[in-house]
Design a protein around this ligand. Structure first.
Ligand code: COA
Ligand code: ZN
Length: 294
């Protein structure tokens, strides 16, 4: 099971505390030292929209370059894509939102325009030699529109598959999904996007995140997003809380004999360190409870 460490982006984009560029780079170094090999390092969005990500170029300029580490940058438009390529990302994570209202609020474009944006960027990504992942946001429910029909999600997934992206992710942006829904949607996506790598992104807002992760694995995802400490959230989604915590997820995977390549002692250290940086105890539970057996 591969993990995409999203704490430097999803984790920090919603934090009220100012985190320095040096601390962001230190977080990424700790993630790598923990054995994580895919890192969503930052987002290339408008600095006024998400001030926490205004130092995207500086973060990318400071991260260690290792042949087996892939850095991803979140991009929502052409300008963001060009910035990400210039900054030397290995892959981009594009976002299309399943809800029209959330799409407008988040990225000021219609769903159709965001699909067109991905269409425009895929070839350029190939030319630039970087990977393209697409995240379908609010796939399990929208804070403004409520339930999103599963047929609408699968239609979007089908459109993304037709564009030839490398990976499709279903994201529970506001942490409302439950395992049966995850199973249905992942199974449906796998059927409509054969041969395309599937990733899932869960927030633990209603304590269903880890159960959803297990359901997603059983349904065929090979990549999960998680965030050291379980920090995270979206500034455009009211009451959104953190991602599933990487260390809690790795504990679950380790004890289930599912290899992720990540090391718990280093992750627990990183989680404790992050609590210090943010000045609050992070939500992840393993760092508090300790691993088992100790
Ligand atoms: N980075 C920096 N500047 C950008 C930019 C980007 N990715 N995209 C647009 N701009 C600038 C343009 O150059 C333009 O500048 P100008 O007025 O000096 O000419 C200005 O912003 C307006 O451009 P426009 O294309 O109309 O963008 P917009 O105002 O519709 O904003 C987004 C679109 C996507 C950039 C903006 O909504 C955004 O950054 N949202 C953040 C959403 C987010 O991060 N959500 C959480 C993760 S999913
Ligand atoms: Zn998220």
């Amino acid at each position: 099971m591969d993990i995409v460490e999203v704490s430097p982006r999803d984790g920090l984009q919603n934090e009220a505390v100012h985190v320095t560029t040096a601390d962001k780079i230190a977080l990424i170094e700790r993630a790598i030292a923990s054995g994580l090999r895919r890192i969503e390092a930052t987002s290339f969005v408008h600095p006024a929209a998400v001030p926490q990500m205004a130092d995207a170029e500086a973060v990318m300029a400071g991260v260690p370059r290792c042949a087996d580490v892939s850095y991803s940058g979140l991009v929502l438009n052409r300008r963001g894509f060009d910035r990400a390529v210039m900054a030397g990302v290995n892959e981009v994570n594009c976002v299309v939102v399943a809800s029209e209202t959330f799409s407008q609020r988040n990225q000021r474009m219609s769903v159709a325009d965001s699909v067109q944006t991905v269409r425009d960027l895929v070839d350029d990504a190939r030319t630039a030699g970087i990977g393209v992942s697409v995240t379908i946001a609010t796939a399990f429910g929208c804070p403004f529109e409520g339930e999103i029909s599963e047929s609408a999600i699968l239609a979007l997934a089908g459109q993304m598959a037709a564009l030839g992206v490398d990976e499709i992710a279903l994201a529970d942006t506001i942490g409302v999904g439950v395992p049966t829904q995850v199973s249905r949607l992942i199974t449906g996506t796998a059927a409509i996007a054969p041969g395309i790598r599937l990733r899932a992104h869960f927030h633990n807002t209603r304590n269903t995140g880890y159960a959803n992760a297990v359901a997603a694995i059983n349904a065929g995802v090979t990549v999960l997003d998680s965030s050291i400490g379980g920090i995270g959230g979206c500034p455009f989604a009211p009451d959104a809380t953190g991602n599933i915590a990487t260390e809690d997820l790795v504990y679950l995977l380790d004890r289930s004999d599912i290899d992720s390549g990540a090391q718990l002692p280093e992750l627990i250290d990183a989680s404790d360190w992050l609590s210090g940086v943010l000045g609050v105890r992070v939500p992840g539970q393993l760092a508090r409870a300790g691993s088992f057996p100790s």
